[in-house]
Design a binder for this molecule. Structure first.
Ligand SMILES: [Zn+2]
Length: 147
């Protein structure tokens, strides 16, 4: 029933970091709470980087006693491997490779979620704009001060 390869990961070790490292190590799920992002190498062993933004429109992370669960599943339909698995309490639960129909359904859900997020009353978009504006102002001050 499994499409799992020999070098596939059965388990991931969560590592809480501030910044995601440039080179990810296989079998490690890097989590940056500060930047609300997690990343790992595709659990099939293909070496592709899977970056999962942690926000209401993307993935939700739950942690209990150092065991991490990501919801919804990880569907790497844009990778050649098309791996599809769940990360539940640090363990990788394999699902069959996604069919084109599954992929279309996930993409439709992504679009709906993104639209819902945009419609949120005090949306992230506004917050993000303010944050970018502040960062830009700080950068201008820094450049200006250096002269
Ligand atoms: Zn893969």
């Amino acid at each position: 029933m499994s499409t799992q390869k020999e070098d596939a990961q059965a388990q991931l070790r969560p590592e809480f970091v501030q910044y995601l490292p440039e080179r990810l190590e296989a079998g490690v799920l890097y989590i940056s709470r500060r930047y609300n992002t997690a990343a790992h190498l595709c659990c099939c062993g293909c070496g592709m980087e899977v970056v999962t933004p942690l926000n209401p429109a993307k993935w939700q992370m739950a942690e209990t006693n150092g065991a991490v669960t990501l919801k919804p599943s990880i569907g790497n339909w844009s990778f050649p491997c098309r791996s599809h698995y769940w990360i539940i309490n640090n363990r990788v639960h394999w699902s069959g490779a996604m069919s084109d129909k599954d992929i279309a359904a996930v993409q439709a859900r992504d679009r709906r979620d993104a639209e819902r997020l945009v419609r949120m009353p005090q949306g992230f978009a506004e917050k993000l704009r303010r944050r970018l504006a502040a960062a830009w102002a700080a950068l201008c001050r820094w450049i200006g001060g250096g002269e």
